[in-house]
Write a protein that binds this ligand. Structure first.
Ligand code: SIN
Ligand code: FE
Length: 305
């Protein structure tokens, strides 16, 4: 089965036909990467100077931008560069919002913007703890930011100016991953949920959904034998291309590459065309109970940045 679903879209605010949209959404929700080989995000000549990895705080993997507050984080840059970074990432956010809203019109009213990130540090050879090591196959789940069942939709654009592709690997389907790791994970207690919140380990209550997703993420990365034996597909994602993925569902690893922009969106699992494909559905089916907290305030706190 092909991991990539190529879609011929060549501008960010295109209005693709209904047929293209249906095809793209079908592939996306079934765990494929929607690959847009002709969709380039262009930097101005001035902005190219922002690609220096020296601008990223050495303790971090990226510089990020909060489209709600306009704040950037993680940059070791001059005041002028900070402004340029903000302008660049704000523009990327707007372009990706245009793309996702037009390619997936039914998602438009449900989209919640997450962070924008600029990743200029070469992945290969980057040292980190196993939990932060994205070169190991994993599904995304964020320790501090519970999503309470929201999907994690990510748009990437390779902006490498030297013609270098970003090398990814993908692994097994979400349900295969869940079957392997879920049985090893004990439930979370209410006391633990409140303590994590009290000590600000999490920005909102860690729902059972987040607890299981985070444990799956950590267990996948920690298990060396699994990392070695799992069947992987290697992908070379070229410069001047973009791709869209449900990174909470698709097992992925970033092996090498430098210079990518990424935008995260959150969406309720109920906004899916194929709800039975969501990690929430798969986990609830296996565990036979609800995994989300039925409190609207928890959901909104989860995506506050
Ligand atoms: C990841 O989400 O694991 C990293 C993807 C990338 O930076 O290419
Ligand atoms: Fe990831």
């Amino acid at each position: 089965m092909d991991v990539l679903k190529p879609i011929a879209v060549n501008n960010w605010h295109n209005n693709p036909s209904n047929e293209i949209s249906q095809e793209a959404i079908q592939a996306l929700e079934h765990g494929k990467i929607v690959f847009l080989p002709q969709l380039n995000f262009t930097l101005s000549a001035d902005e190219n100077s922002l690609l220096s990895p020296a601008l990223t705080n050495p303790k971090r993997k990226n510089i990020c931008f909060n489209p709600h507050s306009g704040e950037t984080r993680g940059a070791a840059a001059s005041a002028l560069q900070q402004v340029q970074l903000k302008i660049l990432m704000q523009r990327y956010y707007q372009h990706t919002l245009g793309l996702v809203s037009t390619l997936f019109p039914s998602y438009q009213k449900h989209l919640i913007a997450g962070r924008t990130s600029l990743r200029t540090v070469e992945i290969s050879g980057r040292s980190s703890s196993y939990k932060k090591d994205d070169s190991r196959v994993h599904v995304d789940s964020f320790a501090a930011t519970p999503v309470n069942g929201l999907r994690i939709l990510r748009v990437f654009s390779n902006i490498n100016p030297h013609g270098v592709a970003r090398i990814w690997q993908t692994g097994e389907s979400f349900s295969t991953v869940a079957k392997r790791f879920l049985p090893e994970i004990p439930s979370i207690s209410t006391v633990e949920q409140y303590l994590l919140r009290l000590f600000k380990v999490t920005k909102a209550l860690r729902s059972p959904y987040d607890h299981f997703m985070l444990n799956i993420h950590n267990k996948m990365k920690k298990d060396r034998a699994y990392q070695q034996s799992v069947i992987k597909t290697t992908l070379a994602l070229p410069p001047k291309s973009s791709w869209i993925v449900y990174s909470d569902q698709v097992s992925h690893a970033a092996i090498s590459g430098q210079h990518v922009l990424e935008q995260t969106f959150y969406l309720p699992s109920t906004a899916m065309h194929y709800p039975e494909t969501t990690p929430l559905f798969v986990l609830e089916e296996m565990l036979k109970h609800s995994l989300i907290i039925q409190d609207k305030q928890v959901v909104s706190a989860a995506v506050e940045m």
